[in-house]
Design a protein around this ligand. Structure first.
Ligand code: MD3
Ligand code: FE
Length: 223
């Protein structure tokens, strides 16, 4: 905990875990192009409720774009090149989404982020994500960039051990977060989304998570 940040409307500085950078409103300037790109992805690969390995449907609906997509079913969690629902490749990662994530990573100090997957999560009121680690990616050196849209949510940020009590981080429409280094394997989740009406997205929260899932190209000497 070393960074101090002031969330709008909060009176005391909120300590952010080291390795986390919050770029408030970073996605706002290009939001219409971003939303159009998301709509295009949804047209080819609609939201669906995947089930946990235990067989229970997740409250968050998901889809993907990029070279691979994150899936969950009775066999477990993994990345797959095809959408199991259509049998087709996942739709390509739209340039506007990619460029936003690369710019955010660069602002946070990651010069060469080369995302190859984008998981799109949709939270209806009441949907939540319980505490988990993201460790299905090959490249754990690369950061994760997350873009929040629509209804606000409270992100639960735990430690490297599940028993640590999570810090609550408010997320709002247009916020972009960059997670890397020491927090890459931290436990995290999302508290149940409260009902509300977002002026642009209505009764939903959408989160885009961009990652490097496959191994990154090796860095050549001097580059
Ligand atoms: C911190 N999604 O899809 S994004 C997920 O808001 C996921 O939908 C949440 O957790 C959401 O796996 C949070 C922010 C995020 C993503 C990955 C992380 C934060 C992270 C990995 C390590 C630490
Ligand atoms: Fe996660």
């Amino acid at each position: 905990m070393h960074e101090l940040d002031l969330f709008p409307g909060e009176s005391a500085p909120l300590p952010l875990p080291s390795g986390l950078r919050r770029l408030a409103g970073f996605a706002l300037p290009g939001q219409e192009a971003l939303l159009a790109a998301i709509a295009g992805v949804l047209n080819a690969a609609p939201f669906r409720h995947m089930s946990t390995p235990g067989g229970r449907p997740m409250s968050v609906a998901m889809t993907n774009c990029g070279a691979l997509g994150w899936i969950s079913d009775r066999l477990g969690y993994r990345y797959a090149a095809h959408d199991p629902q259509s049998g087709q490749s996942w739709p390509p990662l739209p340039a506007v989404i990619r460029e936003l994530a690369v710019a955010a990573a660069e602002q946070a100090g990651y010069a060469a982020f080369d995302p190859d997957v984008c998981l799109i999560n949709r939270y209806a009121p009441g949907a939540r994500m319980s505490l988990h680690q993201d460790r299905d990616e090959r490249d754990l050196q690369a950061p994760i960039v997350s873009i929040s849209l629509g209804l606000p949510a409270v992100f639960l940020f735990g430690g490297l051990q599940r028993r640590e009590r999570p810090v609550r981080i408010p997320l709002r429409h247009g916020d972009v977060l960059v997670w890397g280094g020491p927090v890459r394997l931290a436990y995290h989740g999302v508290a149940p989304v409260q009902d509300g009406q977002h002026p642009r997205l209505g009764r939903e929260r959408i989160n885009l998570t961009l990652r490097r899932a496959r191994e990154s190209a090796p860095k050549l000497n001097g580059s």
